[in-house]
Design a protein around this ligand. Structure first.
Ligand code: SF4
Length: 358
């Protein structure tokens, strides 16, 4: 047995597990790998290992995962898990079941977020650290122990493109046919508009879906709501998205969080029409979810109706997203874990139909 055991066995190949645990026989690494894919979190569950080996391994490594679920909240078709990490930080992830019975795991990529979007509860906690590949994978494992997962969205706490290496590693793991065999077309990365990340995703050539948290399509308002716009303003973002599609990127979504009196008038619709010109994109309209201490309001039904009428006039392609999980703070913009007793959640789900790439 190695002196330095890993914090988690998730994300390792069968050979890496054999090496990490210094196993006598190679097939034992494969057996453990297969149990991990089935969702086992202790050696005790791995009943095809000898009792002696299970005991030996358990003595050294009581849990094969570095995180544990500390709370489960259910509201209708949404289940939110609070997960405690090895260092005491708490993150959250959500399982959403839609009308077509698709099970979507909404995963966090960071503890907190540095991007400072004014309408987002996560921003209020600042940024603690990136999540490791295994911490991202373990969220999936905890959720898939509730029910098998069909789709993944990186829309939880944090900006995934600021932790791109670990996010991409976790995607390769989820996609691996020896693990969960999740189609890349069923995986969505959401970003507030990190252009180097969008370029990197374009360069991979992988058919992963892209969602941009646009919120508004004029620079002055966007910069006042989202500091990232000062670094990557709309014209640059638009060019990066055109390049993404030029390189084979599929139709992407523009998340439009509707804020009463801010981005739901005729001018905003006009700007959106200009921004979406020649882009193969669909706008997802998401009414803002109330979050304590944030100075915004959800638009009224009347405001939303007027705004969508403007969008129709300007021929903007849009969908109206049904927001799930609001009562458990599991809806878009509501995630803000600080400690075990005080956490909330940011999450939403892509409702588009998709093709399988297998
Ligand atoms: S909206 Fe996304 S990028 Fe912006 S602060 Fe919240 S989690 Fe970070």
């Amino acid at each position: 047995m190695n002196d330095k055991l890993p914090l988690s066995l998730f994300g390792l190949s069968a050979d890496q597990i054999s090496e990490a645990l210094n196993l006598d026989k190679k097939f034992q690494g494969k057996q453990i790998f297969q149990w991990l894919v089935k969702g086992a979190t202790t050696f005790d569950e791995m009943t095809n290992l000898s009792k002696g080996l299970r005991e030996e391994l358990t003595a050294k490594m009581p849990s094969v995962a570095s995180s544990k679920v500390i709370e489960t909240q259910v509201e209708g078709s949404a289940t939110k898990l609070a997960i405690q990490l090895f260092d005491g930080n708490v993150i959250e992830c959500v399982l959403l079941t839609d009308k077509n019975d698709r099970k979507t795991a909404c995963l966090s990529s960071q503890v907190g977020c540095a991007m400072g979007c004014k309408f987002c509860k996560t921003a209020t906690m600042g940024m603690a650290r990136n999540l490791s590949t295994e911490e991202i994978i373990e969220q999936y494992v905890h959720l898939s122990n509730i029910t098998p997962i069909s789709h993944i969205v990186y829309m939880g706490m944090g900006e995934p493109m600021n932790n791109m290496e670990n996010v991409l590693r976790s995607i390769h793991y989820f996609h691996d046919e020896d693990t969960y065999n999740i189609s890349l077309r069923r995986i969505t990365i959401s970003t507030c508009g990190i252009i180097p990340g969008i370029n990197k995703l374009a360069e991979t050539g992988l058919p992963i879906k892209l969602a941009i948290s646009l919120v508004v399509a004029d620079d002055r308002t966007r910069s006042s709501l989202m500091p990232v716009n000062n670094l990557y303003p709309l014209d640059k973002l638009r060019r990066a998205l055109l390049n993404f599609q030029h390189k084979g990127g599929k139709r992407f979504t523009l998340e439009y969080c509707m804020l009463s009196g801010v981005n739901v008038d005729e001018y905003a619709a006009n700007r959106l029409a200009d921004f979406t010109k020649n882009l193969d994109a669909v706008v997802n309209l998401i009414p803002w979810n109330p979050a304590e201490d944030l100075p915004f309001e959800t638009p009224t039904t009347q405001e939303i109706k007027k705004f969508t009428a403007f969008l129709d006039d300007f021929r903007v392609s849009y969908t109206r997203r049904y927001t799930k999980g609001r009562d458990i703070n599991g809806a878009c913009g509501q995630l803000a874990s600080k400690n075990i007793s005080d956490y909330e959640l940011y999450n939403d789900v892509d409702d588009d139909d998709d093709d399988d790439d297998k």
